[in-house]
Design a protein around this ligand. Sequence first.
Ligand code: ARG
Length: 460
Amino acid sequence: KEVKLWGGRFEESVTDAVEKFTESISFDKALYKQDIMGSKAHASMLAKQGLMSDSDRDTIIKGLEEIERQIEAGEFVWRTDREDVHMNIEAALTDLVGEPAKKLHTARSRNDQVATDFRLWCRDAIDGIISRIKNLQIAMVELALQNEGLIVPGYTHLQRAQPVLLQHLLLAYVEQLERDAGRLLDCRARVNFCPLGACALAGTGLPIDRFMTSDALGFTAPMRNSIDAVSDRDFVLELLSANSITAVHLSRLGEEWVLWASEEFGFLTPSDKVSTGSSIMPQKKNPDPMELVRGKSARVIGDLVSLLVLCKGLPHAYNRDLQEDKEPVFDSVKAIVGMLEVSAEFAQNVSFNRERIQKALPAGHLDATTLADYLVKKGIPFRTSHDIVGRSVALCVSRNCELQDLSLDELNSLNPIFDKDVYEYLGVENSIKKFRSYGSTGSECVAGQLDYWIDKLSIS
Ligand code: ARG
């Protein structure tokens, strides 16, 4: 057996079970790029500070580049007995270039190394998620553009409420996604501080320059407190919180579209490209991608909860428990990226069924609130007009008709103030024309929202 990098004080080697249980190479090899980047910056700093010769630095950097090449070519052998990505790369470097490699770990610990690698990884992940959020926003805006003027029933409590433009509803998702991206950007600003040089927990007596490595790695600044730098994983908690909120938004979209694709609603038809069938029922065409978007939100939330529980009992500073932070983060990022990509593809492959929707619109008294507003415009206090319209609806229910089917005499029997112009307020088409408040479903207002997003997302 190879002597461990930390093997000096040990007389016996670890059991196979312990080696297998404590390894992280099986998953943290995903950090290889960041680890190599960090080591190159660290070696350059050590040379600049006189802690290593320029020629050792050059040897190390060349060796690290060769290792990166081997990893990417699939030639590199990851060894469980070398525990994690940091020791795999350092030991392989020693195998490759010999003595100079032994200087690389000067004024560095795996504790600050892993925190640095992970922050770099999260920074890239955030950028990748944000670009996918933007793609989904674009797909939603394009879907809105294809469905100009289409009125759909708006629901509260899943009961018919008021008519809304479909564009308005689709843009609601675009707004939510914008805040999701904003949360990730806020998180990114806090992720982007450099732990490198915090060493195990206390810093070092060697003359390192943490500002130099921080700059070289594109961080805003080195972290101020070395204990904090190696101890905390609030940056991943924040990333996973942001992902969870995005996942909840996408899950609601999934739920809505699955519902709308049902025979009962029939408002939406996904194309074959985004549907799957049944192994037993030949007629089936299921909206599985959006069901799985809804389903995968569970794991994204679970990943956050795992990490919260992982961190809550840890004393300062580094604890090995923290090795358990990687998999939930990798899982959450993979899931959210997939959810965003598939939602965008789904949006590009659905059509809304104008006829079914139009047939559904007259039912449910969607114009009742507009009628109450009509009475307010005639000078009646809202609470009173609510009551008058409520009684008008009751009349409709007893006659099995809609508000616009009531005659002026019938309306006047409830209140004499109703006039002929009331019919300009009744029916879904008329009703929706009356909306004018900022942010409302009125067509001018929605057109303004659309213009805003077309410009903001640079849609041509
Ligand atoms: N693989 C470890 C992790 O992911 C690296 C740090 C280990 N440090 C230590 N002293 N055992 O957290």
